[in-house]
Design a protein. Structure first.
Length: 486
């Protein structure tokens, strides 16, 4: 059997030059020479490179690292993507089986009574009861003259590699979503701290106004206005807690945990956006798994064009049969009981109602569609990187001026308190200053949270440290040992 497998593989290699269909070449993409927006950070050192496979470690947050590891181990969407990859690998093995001969057997035993009144040919006109034993074998092999089976295998391998890239993309999307949710939750923790601090300040202010009201210095209006501000701020606190709970539940689901039994300890956001190594825009074509998925879909469609072209050429099949047949079990396995046959079949399509021509046109159109999808995925990738870069640039500038605004608002509140105590202004000025300070403190905290989330989006847009070379060896190769596999 091994010599037959070797002969089949040898014939396939020898006939490789006979394969019809276009040779695959990746279409060119016009990549920009440089990024339009420069990041608002120092140039990244080599040690700042995005960690391969664990890009979130660039943020140096041990708690985030732990949640990401839980996601990799228990996220069901990721498990489903892994199963799709296993399925694609098995289907590629199914396709590779067409390069080998098939050998089947169908043993049978029967006992028949023939009528005595049957038509006379050679047998005597008497009733006969006869037992027949058969062990037949059938051998079939399609000689892949014009590469139809090899093109099918190329398509299957391209689909397999595309599924592997899709698995990486699913992992990138899920881990980025978890990181963004985590930093959003931490921003809400910091914002909650700000609001709680404002509640304390407003409670102190309420006590002062109440004391002055009891002494006849402050009016009831001043007291009512301060109480209203305090109640409104406490309401904001409850709303922040509700938002935090939603992000906590989202993290639980991503990490593969029931939301009811999952808890993220409160810890205000005290991070800064890390330096992210950008590389050249052209590098993005090899670093984005979604672009790799689109590129492999293009290779798959190109191979299917070859399959469609092979349908115009003859199909040559070698068929052989043999086995043993006897009326007695004892003489079944013997030379006189043996039989065999050998033949070939050449199928050449002549008139087919235009089916093959239409199928070729359809596969060519599908290939052109995949080319357009590939180029669009690259354009989207460039856009996402530029969006993140410009976002970080604007947010960094906004955070700088907002920190100054917080300092100014705090100073204004001190002045308003002093003027009120001195009887120079009404308490409305104090309430206004408290409101302005709270608004600016919350906005400052929100800007930091947006910076961290945008940093996550930038790393995601850059591919999370992935490289297309990771899927080059993900393919099925036909091996001689397959000929003895069922």
């Amino acid at each position: 059997m091994k010599w037959l497998a070797g002969a089949a593989l040898g014939a396939s290699v020898w006939l490789a030059g006979c394969a019809v269909g276009p040779k695959y070449q990746r279409p060119p993409i016009q990549a920009p020479a440089a990024w339009k927006t420069e990041g608002p950070w120092r140039e990244a050192a080599p040690k700042d490179a995005i960690p391969k496979g664990a890009w979130w470690e660039i943020f140096q947050d041990a708690e985030l690292n732990g949640y990401e590891q839980q996601l990799l181990a228990a996220n069901q969407s990721l498990a489903a993507a892994q199963s799709r990859l296993d399925q694609a690998r098995s289907l590629a093995r199914v396709t590779s089986a067409a390069l080998f001969p098939t050998l089947t057997t169908d043993p049978s035993a029967s006992r028949n009574r023939f009528s005595g009144n049957r038509p006379q040919i050679l047998a005597p006109s008497a009733a006969i009861t006869q037992t027949v034993y058969d062990i037949p074998f059938a051998l079939n092999y399609e000689v892949d003259l014009f590469g139809r089976n090899r093109k099918n295998l190329q398509a299957a391998n391209a689909n397999l590699q595309g599924t592997a890239a899709d698995l990486e993309n699913v992992q990138l999307v899920l881990t980025a979503e978890l990181a963004a949710d985590y930093f959003s939750l931490r921003e809400l923790d910091a914002e909650t701290d700000v609001v709680q601090e404002s509640v304390k300040i407003q409670q102190q202010g309420l006590a002062v106004v109440n004391h002055r009201h009891e002494g006849g210095i402050a009016s009831g209006l001043d007291l009512a206005e301060q109480q209203t501000l305090l109640d409104s701020t406490v309401t904001q606190l409850y709303l922040l807690q509700q938002q935090r709970a939603q992000f906590e539940h989202a993290i639980a689901a991503l990490a593969g945990n029931p939301a009811s039994s999952f808890n993220v300890p409160v810890a205000p956001l005290r991070a800064v956006p890390p330096p992210v190594p950008l590389g050249m825009p052209s590098d993005l074509l090899e670093r984005r798994p979604d672009i790799a998925t689109a590129e492999r879909a293009m290779a798959n469609e190109n191979a299917l064009v070859g399959v469609a072209k092979a349908a115009f050429y003859p199909q040559f099949t070698i068929a052989g049969g043999g086995g043993f047949e006897s009326t007695t079990l004892g003489s079944l396995i013997s030379a006189p009981s043996a039989f065999w046959s050998l033949g070939g079949d050449l199928l050449q399509p002549i008139f087919n109602g235009g089916r093959n021509r239409a199928n070729l046109a359809a596969t060519q159109a599908a290939y052109q569609e995949s080319v357009a999808n590939y180029r669009q995925s690259a354009l989207t990738a460039f856009q996402q990187v530029e969006d993140s870069l410009s976002g970080l640039d604007s947010l960094a500038r906004a955070a700088e001026t907002q920190n100054a605004a917080v300092a100014d608002a705090r100073r204004a509140l001190d002045i308003a308190n002093d003027r009120y105590v001195g009887g120079l202004t009404t308490f409305l000025d104090v309430i206004t200053a408290q409101t302005v300070l709270l608004t600016n403190q919350r906005l400052s905290t929100q800007l930091l949270g947006q910076q961290m989330v945008t940093s996550v989006l930038l790393v995601k847009a850059l591919g999370g440290g992935w490289d297309a070379s990771a899927i080059q060896n993900v393919q099925v190769h036909p091996a001689p040992g397959q000929i003895v596999q069922p």
